[in-house]
Design a binder for this molecule. Structure first.
Ligand code: NAP
Length: 250
């Protein structure tokens, strides 16, 4: 990290940053000079070790626990960040879960849990940061959706509905916030190697990926970094950038 790093002087909240894609996003934004707030829900040790890794390599990070599916906890999280850092420049809505099953047998609880974290959580966080970003007349909101939200997927009706909802939320918020210097975009990964995808049947999935492999968490993080950076992404809002090896071409 140097004083010329593209995000120097800014801070970024990454939800669900203790593992997987969120972890890579936190590391990447920290390398670019941002102060990173590592949100986690259960994995306290992993969050703390990520914070140590960032801070010991010259970066700046701290961890805050909050269940992003809980409105009051999200409001408390954003309040703590504003008290401690005085501002919030970049919000990366990354926390997500799956509870897969065919629709006919899908339990209401599995539907609700996925919609609650993956869609309501994005709403709670976006609303909670809005006042601060509107006052700053500056902000970047980057929502991690999924190609499944564009194409649907048997066995993931709950997840696909939530991720499609995130795309609608992204575009609507982008229109509401554009005049105040805040951009809102979504990143739609295809299949990325993380805990979330470790039990999937790789062979059948690979056939559907023109570039022939799963993506890496760093590849998703690179696109998030691009969307967070000025001036590169200053004129981009309301867009969905796919990082999917060519799986979905529209
Ligand atoms: P992952 O490896 O399972 O990690 C999920 C992260 O979300 C963890 O850090 C976890 O933190 C956090 N989390 C879970 N419940 C939470 C809650 N209630 N509040 C706050 N944080 C919570 O998943 P991933 O593959 O990195 O996925 C990250 C995002 O990318 C998700 O939105 C996912 O839908 C999306 N995505 C993933 C893929 C893929 O192929 N992997 C593809 C498309 C989209 P704790 O361990 O601390 O609970």
């Amino acid at each position: 990290m140097t004083s010329n790093s593209v995000l120097t002087g800014q801070n970024a909240l990454v939800t669900g940053a203790s593992r997987g894609i969120g972890r890579a996003i936190a590391l990447t934004l920290a390398k670019e000079g941002a102060e990173v707030i590592v949100n986690f829900s259960n994995s306290a040790n992993q969050a703390e070790s990520l914070v140590s890794e960032i801070n010991s390599s010259g970066g700046n990070a701290y961890a805050l626990q909050a269940n992003i599916g809980n409105e009051a906890e999200v409001d408390g999280l954003i309040k703590k960040i504003i008290e401690r850092s005085g501002r919030l420049d970049i919000l990366v809505n990354n926390a997500g879960i799956t509870r897969d099953g065919l629709l006919m047998r899908m339990k209401t609880k599995d539907w609700m849990e996925v919609i609650n974290l993956n869609l309501n959580g994005v709403f709670y966080c976006t609303r909670a940061v809005a006042r601060t970003m509107l006052k700053q007349k500056k902000g970047r909101i980057i929502n991690i959706t999924s190609v499944v939200g564009l194409m649907g997927n048997a066995g993931q009706a709950n997840y696909a509905a939530a991720k499609a909802g995130v795309i609608g939320l992204t575009k609507s918020t982008a229109k509401e916030f554009a005049s105040r210097g805040i951009t809102v975009n979504a990143v739609a990964p295809g299949f990325i190697s993380t805990d979330m995808t470790k039990d999937l049947n790789a062979e059948s999935i690979l056939e559907a990926i023109p570039l022939g492999s799963f993506g890496t968490t760093e590849q998703v993080a690179g696109v998030v970094k691009f969307l967070a950076a000025d001036p590169a992404a200053q004129y981009i809002t309301g867009q969905v950038l796919q990082v999917d090896g060519g799986m979905v071409m529209s």
